[in-house]
Design a protein around this ligand. Structure first.
Ligand code: GLN
Length: 530
């Protein structure tokens, strides 16, 4: 079958959860046995999200091939259980950058370079490229931003004209918009919703499906009114109501029959159910036997989206371990040697996630110290592994000035140093990114976790453990249990004589899925549960 495209747009305001709607449609179609690919078109001008502060757009999600992307790709991967790639994340910045480079190289032969057709064709080439690369049955494209924004116009125009080339019957437009409720009298107003659809129609696209963001399933009257004013059939209007968990949304839309509208549009007849997903939902909503309180010690704690995949991985592991999770985000800048015991007392597990830069480092080191000394389960991810090693070097090995050259380039004990120039050159001077194989040492905690001699995990780091310290650490009970295949890069460190103390140089949170929780998160929660 020719790849069918489902485009998801948003109206009225942002943060509507259209990423969740796009992911949910992906999940439903996956349950029907289809091969799904997802693509995010972001209107901002950064060439990629790699250098964006987590305060701007939340976490940077890394794909298997090392692309640094928008956090929505994390939702896509978790819902659809697919590994995406650089083809899935496109920004306006990248499109303009590529077109302008072609202009400088003289590829336009002196022609005037314009938004239409040059920018729009470049956008269309990205859609063709992902179809060619992934060969999905369905490609779901989410357009970032809100209809009416200046920035997203080229994307809308590119899709409008693409529907002529690719055939309108192979592209389904889904528009998400809120229903506004007047707080004082509870009255629901459809006008802003209508305007956003008319706005889209002014741009040449008449949406086929409407998903309303509401607090309750919309009444027939409201659907009728919207249908009359926008010509979207009532059968194609759905409600994405506020729900306890984002993972409820696929079932919610399925129960209203969104798949029937999609199949009828594309003239597909297929049987299926939401069996697998429903089993997962049962684990979310069942009464939990155990409890665990986890402290996530980081520095972007005001914006939990900065740790989105870590938080989702902890939740997913808790569901599968029958645990009611109490998660506190603690700002490591508020932790010092006078208060760390008080701040961390009572937690069943401590997790220090990834990060860049010196701010908040000392508080994270104290969190690792507390976990080591009090035999509290500790899980260090990337920077979280690095601080655990610095703590050990300073307080156990007594290298007082132990540091990473990221924070102090002059220290005599460079426990972590920028990766050697050969390797750095091979990587093009950037970070070590994407899926890389890790060899696991037999008879270790890592071996117990992965039950395999090697595993592929996602990476995003520049500093590496200094191999000259491996013996010092091991002789004192902090051992290497995972390395890169060539043995050059230390990937996993774990503490002997401790119930669970492990640090990994990679990001297992990028590969934890509702139906396949990452085993490190699972054991961390299992060891932390009461
Ligand atoms: N800043 C550290 C490095 O570059 C850790 C990176 C991370 O936690 N992702 O190695």
């Amino acid at each position: 079958m020719k790849t069918k495209i489902i485009v998801v747009t948003g109206g009225v305001y942002s943060s509507l959860g259209k990423g969740i709607v796009a992911s949910s449609i992906g999940r439903i179609l996956k349950e029907y046995g289809y091969k799904i690919s997802m693509q995010k078109l972001d209107p901002y001008l950064n060439v990629d999200p790699g250098t964006l502060s987590p305060y701007q757009h939340g976490e940077v999600f890394v794909t298997k091939d090392g692309a640094e992307t928008d956090l929505d790709l994390g939702h896509y991967e978790r819902f659809v259980d697919n590994e995406l790639s650089k083809y899935s994340s496109i920004t306006s910045g990248r499109i303009y950058y590529e077109v302008l480079n072609q202009e400088r190289e003289g590829k336009f032969g002196g022609k005037t370079v314009q938004v239409i057709p040059h920018i729009t064709q470049q956008i269309q080439s990205k859609i063709k490229a992902i179809i060619k690369n992934d060969k999905p049955d369905f490609l779901i494209i989410e357009i970032g931003g809100t209809i009416g924004d200046i920035e997203s116009l080229p994307f809308i125009e590119a899709l409008r004209s693409f529907s002529g080339i690719y055939s309108r019957k192979n592209i389904l437009f889904t528009h998400c918009a809120p229903l506004i409720k007047i707080e004082v009298n509870g009255e629901i107003k459809t006008k802003p919703t209508q305007y956003s659809i008319k706005n889209l129609m002014n741009l040449g696209i008449h949406p086929d499906i409407l998903v309303l963001r509401t607090s309750e399933i919309s009444s027939k009257e409201i659907k009728q009114k919207l249908s009359w004013t926008t010509d979207i059939s009532m059968d194609n209007i759905f409600s994405s109501v506020d729900s306890k968990s984002i993972y409820d949304v696929p079932k919610l839309l399925f129960d209203q029959g969104i798949h029937k509208s999609i199949f009828s549009y594309f003239k597909i007849t297929k049987k299926g159910s939401m069996g697998n997903w429903n089993k997962f939902l049962n684990t979310i909503h069942s009464e939990k036997k155990h409890k665990a309180s986890i402290a996530l010690v980081g520095k972007y704690t005001e914006l939990p989206d900065a740790y989105l995949s870590v938080i989702e991985s902890l939740k997913i592991a808790s569901y599968s371990e029958n645990v009611e999770l109490k998660l506190d985000l603690i700002n490591s800048e508020t932790i010092d040697s006078t208060n760390y015991i008080n701040k961390l007392k009572g937690y069943d597990g401590i997790l220090v996630p990834g990060g860049f830069g010196e701010r908040g480092i000392e508080g994270k080191i104290l969190a690792a110290k507390y976990a080591r000394e009090n035999k509290i389960p500790y899980f260090g991810i990337c920077l979280g592994m690095q601080v655990a090693c610095l703590e050990f070097a300073r307080n156990v090995l007594k290298y007082d000035d132990a540091n990473s050259t990221e924070f102090n380039s002059k220290t005599t004990h460079k426990i972590f140093d920028i990766m050697d120039s050969e390797l750095s050159k091979k990587l093009g001077g950037t970070l070590r990114l994407g899926n890389i194989k890790v060899d696991i040492e037999k008879n270790t905690l890592a071996d117990k976790i992965y039950k395999s001699s090697n595993v592929e995990e996602r990476h995003r780091h520049r500093y590496c453990f200094g191999k000259q310290y491996v013996n010092d650490f091991a002789n004192n009970g902090f051992i290497v249990s995972g390395t890169s295949a060539d043995g050059e890069i230390i990937e996993i460190m774990e503490m002997k004589d401790h119930p669970f103390f492990i640090g990994v140089q990679y990001h297992p949170e990028f590969q934890s899925r509702p139906l396949k929780p990452n085993p490190i998160f699972k054991l961390f929660i299992a060891k932390s549960k009461k």
